[in-house]
Design a protein around this ligand. Structure first.
Ligand code: ADP
Ligand code: F6P
Length: 320
């Protein structure tokens, strides 16, 4: 029977990570397992920032955004010697299993640790919703809500001035957040990495909107696809309508988690302990068709992306 576990959060923080830490901690303690929190993600693991937890350590965090364990980007973790030091730090405290809440990069770290003899379990914590093996990630719905609220505000000022607005949305290489923000925010044009970028097509849909007599036109675009300032100049020149760019940035990731993220995190956290007690490691937790499930981490990383339903792109376009 496992007696000691560690928890860390890694990569981009996501709202609901605190609820997951709370759920893991309380479920484990209820089962007689000792819990340690590791601060600052893999960096803190390497630097031995490992603290003993009790029930009260995780009090009053369920409603807080971010992660109270903090997070980091620590590319040096790809180095095997750095990981050996990290594992030794865990072993010195007799920690037998590590639970990692993070995105696909963090999953890769967890897979390597498991292969090196430190069993890991992962929970999908990222706003991007780009983790295979789960329909939803912890933080996605809160970020979506943040973005839609911003789009609603941009719409007010955009229609007052009959302007075109370009809203740049996070997601790295995944258009999930952009697509569903655009559907919920009623945007006129969607530009996502999954569809080949074409300035001409964007212009055509803008012109179509103008013809229809639209006062405002909002283009939802995933970050890194193009230089949005240059795109704005291009549209302004071609349409003679003022065009503004809003980069939503880190605002999307902050704030109190919505109920769904808290519930998802609580379910996944508790399930992780169940998996550990059943003696299964190197597993990643997910939700599929409203059921909490687990998969082998390696399998989860084989599929590059968690694809959304392509019919939803058609739906968004139909509603313009
Ligand atoms: P996310 O987990 O949100 O995708 P990152 O891609 O930044 O965020 O990954 C988080 C951390 O996971 C990295 O900073 C690094 O410490 C670790 N990591 C990423 N890729 C690897 C890898 N190939 N091997 C070992 N560790 C990795
Ligand atoms: O992976 C989450 C995410 O918010 C991405 O959508 C984005 O590209 C990245 O993290 C931004 O990271 P940072 O806050 O470190 O700039």
């Amino acid at each position: 029977m496992i007696k000691k576990i560690g928890i860390l959060t890694s990569g981009g923080d996501s709202p609901g990570m605190n609820a997951a830490i709370r759920s893991i901690t309380r479920t484990a303690i209820n089962k007689g397992i000792k819990v340690y929190g590791i601060y600052d993600g893999y960096l803190g693991l390497y630097e031995n920032k490992i603290i003993s937890f009790n029930r009260n350590t995780v009090s009053e965090i369920i409603n807080k955004g971010g992660t109270f364990l903090r997070s980091s980007r620590f590319p040096q973790f790809k180095n095997i010697d750095i990981r050996k030091t990290a594992i030794n730090n865990l072993k010195k405290k007799y920690i037998e299993v590590l639970i990692i809440i993070g995105g696909d990069g963090s999953y890769l770290g967890a897979k390597k640790l498991t292969e090196m003899g430190m069993p890991c379990i992962t929970l999908p914590g990222t706003i991007d919703n780009d983790i295979p093996g789960t329909d939803y990630t912890i933080g996605f719905f809160t970020a979506l809500e943040n973005i839609v609220q911003s789009i609603d505000k941009i719409r007010d000022t955009s229609s007052s001035h009959k302007r075109i607005s370009i809203v740049e949305i996070m997601g790295k290489t995944c258009g999930y957040l952009t697509l569903y923000s655009a559907i919920a925010g009623g945007c006129e044009c969607i530009v996502i990495p999954e569809i080949k970028y074409s300035k001409k097509k964007i212009l055509a849909s803008i012109k179509h909107g103008i013809k229809q007599g639209k006062k405002h036109l909002i283009i939802a675009i995933t970050e890194y696809i193009c230089n949005t300032k240059k795109l704005a100049l291009y549209i302004e020149n071609k349409t003679k309508r003022e065009t503004r760019v809003t980069v939503l940035g880190q605002i999307q990731r902050g704030g109190s988690p919505v109920s769904y993220d808290r519930i998802l995190a609580s379910k996944m956290g508790s399930f992780a302990i169940k998996i550990i007690l059943s003696g299964q490691f190197g597993r990643c937790i997910g939700i599929k068709n409203n059921k909490i499930i687990h998969n082998d981490i390696s399998n989860a990383l084989l599929n590059i992306k968690n694809f959304f339903d392509p019919k939803d792109i058609k739906l968004a376009k139909k509603l313009f």
